[in-house]
Design a protein around this ligand. Structure first.
Ligand SMILES: CC(C)(COP(=O)(O)OP(=O)(O)OC[C@H]1O[C@@H](n2cnc3c(N)ncnc32)[C@H](O)[C@@H]1OP(=O)(O)O)[C@@H](O)C(=O)NCCC(=O)NCCS
Length: 145
């Protein structure tokens, strides 16, 4: 029978935070296939989810296609583990002529699946810039609201 030992998950109460108000743009649970050689969630998995999450408000505000032009900052504050319920909150922080800059904050809720007390930790914070593009992949002006 498959009985993989769960990793020893750190639990520092000083890191516990409430989830932000409002709805996340994305919520998902990482799987064993998303881990690195040490068994923790691979940073590249989180980066791709953050890019996807940030693109959601960017596409809505641009009313169409966007391309990621820059990852301005990306901080992995705490590790993410298999089975965490990971929520991505994305907010527009700046609108330029063709660009939209988004802050993405990522929270992990854990303990749910093991029947323990649910805890929530802020795991990642990132700022990305997207460019509104046309059918020829050239920048286009972000439409007026
Ligand atoms: C996105 C892309 C179409 C922009 O084309 P470009 O000719 O470089 O565009 P521009 O130089 O006119 O810049 C467009 C906007 O991006 C902003 N921008 C460009 N480089 C930036 C950077 N490093 N950081 C932040 N913003 C940047 C510009 O300030 C400008 O914003 P504004 O119009 O609001 O003032 C082009 O760079 C591209 O196709 N890149 C690849 C995108 C991609 O494949 N992303 C997925 C990753 S594999």
């Amino acid at each position: 029978m498959f009985a993989k030992k769960m990793p020893n998950i750190p639990n520092d109460p000083s890191l516990h935070v409430p989830l932000p108000e409002g709805q996340p743009v994305l919520r998902t649970v990482p799987m064993p296939a998303d881990t690195n050689y040490a068994g923790d969630i691979f940073g590249g998995w989180i980066m791709s989810q953050v890019d996807m999450a940030g693109s959601i408000p960017a596409i809505r505000r641009a009313r169409g296609r966007v391309a990621t032009v820059a990852v301005n900052s990306f901080v992995f504050k705490q590790p993410v583990f298999v089975g965490d319920l990971v929520s991505f909150y994305a907010d527009i922080v700046k609108i330029g002529h063709t660009s939209i800059t988004i802050n993405v904050a990522v929270y992990a809720q854990r303990g749910v699946r093991e029947g323990g007390e649910e805890i929530c930790i802020k795991v990642t914070e990132a700022v990305l810039t997207y460019v509104a593009i046309d059918a020829n992949r050239r920048p286009r002006a972000v439409p007026q609201e």
